[in-house]
Design a binder for this molecule. Sequence first.
Ligand SMILES: C[S@@+](CC[C@H](N)C(=O)[O-])C[C@H]1O[C@@H](n2cnc3c(N)ncnc32)[C@H](O)[C@@H]1O
Length: 222
Amino acid sequence: MGDIVEDEATFYSNAEDYWRDIPPTVDGMLGGYGGISSIDINGSKAFLQKFIGEGEGKTGTSCALDCGAGIGRITKRLLLPLFKTVDLVDVTQEFLDKAKVYLGEESKRVGNYYCSGLQDFLPETGRYDVIWIQWVIGHLTDSHLVDFLQRCQKALRPNGIVVIKDNVSYEGVVPDEVDSSICRDLEIVRNLVGKAGLRIVHEEQQMNFPKEIYQVHTLALR
Ligand SMILES: C[S@@+](CC[C@H](N)C(=O)[O-])C[C@H]1O[C@@H](n2cnc3c(N)ncnc32)[C@H](O)[C@@H]1O
């Protein structure tokens, strides 16, 4: 990428402006594809179940971080049911405000709502069993993504994992002028993960999504 994002400051501020105008709903989070939320969550649940549980080498269930959490769609249906405490981080304050209502009674188990761009966010060292990063890496430049993944690795508890679940392009980097993001192909994502010094421990494609949208892949890293 690098050159595709010509002006970094504008790349970030345009994205912030875009999200500030989006309604704080599941449909808003998914660009009008609210209908795929259940398929997405069920796929993610099956993916996570491979790692978490009791016993040697298993990922714990004390604390998770939802990155680019929006209104907490993933926190509500995937993370709060599995983890004792969940923290949310998102650049859009209005979404975090909505999350407090949307998460209902269970919001009492949210530890922190951080309003920050991931490019500026420093997750607490050794706090998280799972760091979930879904549908937001396209809002980070390559070098910010690499740096953020490195900070995430330091924020893991023993046997913890970082999960990236995101759109992948067929080939190369595809810019989206509307929300000021980019979509990378899988090889590029794998490469950036490697640059950050993380190892891919498992990888899957999300099945049963509409044909017309990007393929979505899930990668577990540590
Ligand atoms: C496509 S939505 C996905 C929300 C959530 N991950 C989900 O799957 O329901 C993208 C989210 O990323 C947030 N976002 C955009 N740029 C960001 C950045 N640089 N740092 C943190 N969050 C960002 C937006 O505010 C929005 O909530």
